[in-house]
Design a protein around this ligand. Structure first.
Ligand code: PMV
Length: 327
């Protein structure tokens, strides 16, 4: 087979996403089958671009992120996804993976979603596979659960289910609603326990079962509010869902406290701005940084005010984004 002897390369671009209804905990850690369905918005202004080159000249898989070599667990996760691709393509060649992000490294914005979405498409294309959206979403899921949601475009829902059926689907295109995520960076430190470790701890919290039991209703409300473009209905649901997830994190064994003092400052400020008539709502992933969700027209005001708060290091604003694509 020609692929065994030649060099094959492809480049893909993907956006990270912010979850409105959070994924936390797995039913199956190896397959990354989530404990609950989730819903997110792709962040169109943030991008990961990844080139995969299969070549017989390499001693093994070699990864760089923003031109820095990555070895250890980071590389192993990439190899897991590439092995699935090699298996499907009947390919045995090692790969060089070069990935760059247009958002600052260490800005506390998770790059694993965009990274594994871009890796899945670039890797599949370089291996000569023509995979449909569901197959790519499934593949990306194996690298990072939330990456399944960075494969389709716009606003995406990731379904629970079996290895076969647990994929993300788009429920509205990016142009459906001109929302903004104003990302308030309050720490650039590397997290002691990342999301993979956190998912393993989720079942140790006595609150996880209650969180999961309530997700279906919150997801329904979130989806309806999104389809109705109703921020006053969407906002309270996303805030509640984020706080419930952090309640699970803080009551895990050992507990995970991702918030710092500045996180709390931003939360209180958001409530204050809302009481003054600015429609803005917060959500927080597995870290201390706060994502402020508002309409495009309010984003400059929100960004300016957030930038004045003590402890805030950086503000990054993004609108909705499209699907993963080949470059
Ligand atoms: O995809 P992971 O394993 O990095 O987990 C993401 C977890 C959260 O960001 C906290 C929630 C989510 O749904 O994105």
């Amino acid at each position: 087979m020609t692929l065994q002897s030649k060099t094959h390369t492809a480049t893909a671009q993907a956006h990270p996403n912010i979850a409105f209804i959070k994924y936390w905990g797995n039913q199956d850690n190896r397959l990354r089958l989530p404990a609950n369905p989730s819903l997110s918005m792709n962040l169109g202004d943030l991008r990961t671009v990844t080139t995969v080159t299969f070549s017989a000249d390499l001693p093994g898989d070699a990864l760089t992120v923003n031109e820095q070599p990555v070895v250890g667990p980071g590389l192993e996760r990439v190899t897991t996804v590439l092995d699935l691709i090699r298996q499907q393509a009947g390919l045995e060649l090692p790969a060089r993976i070069e990935s760059t992000n247009n958002f600052p490294a260490g800005a506390g914005i998770a790059s694993s979603a965009s990274a594994f979405a871009a890796l899945s498409l670039a890797g599949a294309a370089a291996a000569g596979l023509d995979l449909d959206e569901a197959s790519l979403s499934r593949l990306a899921r194996r690298g990072s659960g939330s990456a399944s949601r960075s494969v389709p475009g716009g606003f995406c829902q990731w379904l629970t289910g079996s290895d076969e059926s647990s994929v993300a689907v788009s429920i509205a295109p990016p142009e459906y609603w001109d929302l903004r995520d104003v990302i308030v960076v309050v720490s650039q430190e590397h997290k002691a326990i990342g999301s993979t470790g956190g998912h393993h701890l989720a079942p140790t919290s006595s609150l996880q079962a209650a969180r999961v039991a309530g997700v279906e209703n919150r997801l329904k409300l979130c989806r309806e509010a999104l389809l109705a473009r109703d921020l006053a209905a969407l906002g309270p649901v996303i805030e509640e869902d984020a706080v419930i997830m952090h309640g699970v994190m803080m009551t895990s064994h050992p507990p995970l406290y991702y918030w710092n003092a500045a996180t709390m400052t931003v939360i209180h400020a958001t409530l204050q701005w809302r009481s003054e008539g600015i429609p803005v709502y917060f959500t927080i992933d597995a870290g201390p940084n706060v994502h402020l969700i508002c309409e495009a027209a309010d984003a400059p005001t929100v960004a300016a005010r957030a930038g004045q708060l003590p402890g805030v290091q950086q503000i990054i604003t993004s609108g909705p984004g499209g699907p993963v694509r080949l470059l």
